[in-house]
Design a protein around this ligand. Structure first.
Ligand SMILES: *Cc1c(COP(=O)(O)O)cnc(C)c1O
Length: 423
């Protein structure tokens, strides 16, 4: 039996209906933007393995940092102890985060970073004996799969089975072009009740919804409304963080800073699972008290794992190199050129570009569901042609590693162009 067949015996894969799923290629090797399966077939990883991998696979700079840390201090508990990588990483993040972010809390993945943010928002008010227990989020948001993160997520088939067991979240429309006033109105109505602890959002780009984009100007307005009504704002930068939008954080496009930020995915360059939630001093101070009960009783076994911190430090240093910064600019420019070419194609409904993110919507006759027929046809075509892209319904997007070569990127574009014939 090959790896694919052996996998099938025991492994349960994410977001997978195993009864109808195709065979999964078994990837045995990765280098830069490329992956190889056990039959030596080559794939371009055009979505950076779910947006985690900006510096490419098997990056030796990060690998060396990890090896060095593993053989110095692989792990120590963060309850009651600290260590150099956590101190260095905190100092480094303070240099690059929006200036109002003053404290960091470590966890393991994007969902837990959101859990922490939501729990902190709710307990902040609880500590003051005030009752704000509800959350505001966008329609079609995605914030993760654990319970609070799932409650904040608005993509219904992810959460349907659990309705009734979830935190109370009220939704406002996504302020895409033309919908801004509707969103403002909906937010203003909600915040007046004084029942909401926080508004959580994916800043500028809703990833899982299919790279749905809206402007920094409208987000600034929403942040202002929240601020005026004592509702904390949580920028879930799990996808957008570390250069994806062309700036270090999507929040860097804003005039008003969010109160909290969630970071994961590219944080460690796609190597070690780790996440960080960041906070203003005001929020931290809401827990700072003689009273032990006012502390944040949250933690994970691997909180601030030194090896993860070392990987994150190496990743951020890579992100700051001229080479990577100019690659981000090159990819953006090249997306804009492709957009110009493809936007008039009869099968293309809309296109959008921000930073290294490119998305196009294919014209369809019927409503195309998230994991629908066209989506599966497109996905299979891409895999067959050695390009890893995961369309969302009728939306095809590219979010390549920053080190993708121009030739590889051109191949991705050409494959998408060919795929339009399937629609
Ligand atoms: C992926 C993602 C998450 C969840 O992260 P996991 O590591 O998969 O738990 C949360 N928020 C956003 C915006 C994401 O893109």
């Amino acid at each position: 039996m090959n790896l694919t067949e052996r996998d099938k015996l025991y492994n349960w894969h994410p977001y997978t209906q195993h009864k109808t799923a195709n065979k999964f290629p078994a990837i045995v090797k990765g280098k830069d933007a490329l992956l190889w399966d056990e039959n030596n077939k080559e794939y371009i990883d055009a979505i950076a393995s779910w947006w985690v991998n900006p510096f490419g696979h098997s990056n030796t700079v990060i690998a060396d940092a990890i090896y060095k840390q593993l053989t110095t201090l692989e792990h120590v508990l963060f309850g009651g102890f600290t260590h150099e990588p956590a101190v260095l990483l905190a100092e480094k993040l303070m240099e690059i985060l929006p200036s109002n972010q003053k404290k960091l809390f470590y966890s393991d993945n994007g969902s837990t970073s959101v859990e922490v943010a939501i729990k902190v928002a709710m307990q902040y008010f609880y500590n003051q004996n005030s009752k704000r227990t509800k959350i505001i989020a966008f329609e079609d948001a995605f914030h993760g799969d654990t319970f609070a993160a799932m409650a904040a997520s608005g993509i219904s088939f992810f959460t349907e089975a659990f309705q009734g067991s979830l935190l109370q979240v009220d939704r406002i429309p996504v302020p895409t072009k033309g919908n801004e006033e509707k969103t403002i109105q909906a937010l203003e109505e909600l915040v007046q009740t004084n029942e909401y602890a926080a508004f959580i959002f994916e800043p500028l780009v809703q990833g899982a919804a299919g790279m749905v984009m809206y402007s920094p100007e409208i987000l600034d307005k929403l942040l202002t409304i929240c601020k005026q009504n004592n509702v904390f704002t949580i920028a879930d930068e799990v996808m957008t963080g570390f250069g994806k939008t062309g700036k270090t954080f999507a929040s860097d496009y804003l005039t008003h800073n969010p109160d909290m930020m969630c970071l994961s995915k590219a944080l460690t360059g796609g190597t070690i699972p780790m996440a960080i939630t960041t906070f203003t001093q005001e929020i931290f101070d809401g827990f700072y008290d003689e009273d032990t009960n006012k502390a944040l009783f949250h933690g994970h076994t691997f909180t601030a794992n030194p090896t993860g911190c070392a990987a994150a430090l190496a990743s951020i240093e890579l992100l700051q190199t001229d080479e990577i910064q100019s690659s981000i600019t090159r990819i953006n420019q090249s997306h804009l050129n492709f957009e110009n070419v493809i936007k008039n194609h009869p099968k293309v409904k809309t296109t959008r570009v921000l930073g290294v993110i490119f998305a196009l919507e294919i014209v369809t006759n019927s409503e195309e569901s998230y994991y629908g027929k066209l989506r599966n046809k497109l996905y299979d075509f891409f895999i067959e042609n050695g390009v890893i892209l995961r369309p969302v319904g009728n939306i095809v997007y590219i979010l390549p590693p920053y080190i993708i070569s121009q030739n590889q990127l051109e191949k991705v574009y050409q494959t998408i162009e060919k795929a339009l014939e399937l629609a």
